[in-house]
Design a protein around this ligand. Sequence first.
Ligand code: AP5
Ligand code: ZN
Length: 216
Amino acid sequence: MRAVLVGPPGAGKGTQAQILAEELTIPKVSTGDIFRANVSGGTELGKKAKEFMDRGDLVPDEVTNAMVKDRLAQEDTAGGFLLDGFPRNVPQAETLKGMLADLGTSLDVVLELKVDEEEVVKRLSGRRSCPECGRVYHVEYDAPKVEGECDNEGAELYQREDDREETIRHRLKVYREQTAPLVEFYEAEGLLATISATGPVAEVTARAKAAIDEKR
Ligand code: AP5
Ligand code: ZN
């Protein structure tokens, strides 16, 4: 299964990608997570990405595409993958198509998660993330067992730099202008499946699985 998740910031792409990747036994490839790991590790790639991420802008395509190309050349993604956060504009989608063609393959499905903007602002302003295992929580909707600590290993949860309300609004604008056109692009390719991402996490997962199964 080669699948892509598309949706605005806070739609629950990361949350669903984690669950779906486990259930489908394919690796999850999240460009946002890879960038954040590089920023906290102080790598060259992290230095290039940080200012764009903190502003809520897209990291330049040449940087992002090269990073994804490396990741998709690794062995564990040869049998399938779930992309979360990539592609994020039409040129990235064209690049991905070319990369996969070079590997002799193509996408099976693009799952669009739909949710309204006010809900997104609520979700992102309450999000807390684990620096160790990458799990995301929400202070109200999906709280950890002990406040401020990850259920998995007890690491102290943090709030993302780009989860301030002003930056959230800017990320939504970037989504509308640059990422939303992907919906038509993938519709034309016959790959698009759209589901509502509102409601409990488990319900969204069930909708996602049904939509993926239909496209298989
Ligand atoms: P990225 O990390 O991809 O951020 P994003 O797209 O803005 O998405 P988020 O991670 O904010 O949200 P999500 O949809 O994953 O939601 P989540 O599951 O966490 O990218 C960050 C930055 O990296 C970009 O701004 C850019 O600079 C750069 N970047 C990344 N990819 C790039 C690319 N391809 N090109 C260029 N630049 C790139 O859920 C959110 C919250 O809601 C959580 O608290 C969660 O617990 C809660 N929640 C989830 N589901 C539900 C539910 N059903 N009900 C209630 N609460 C829920
Ligand atoms: Zn953790």
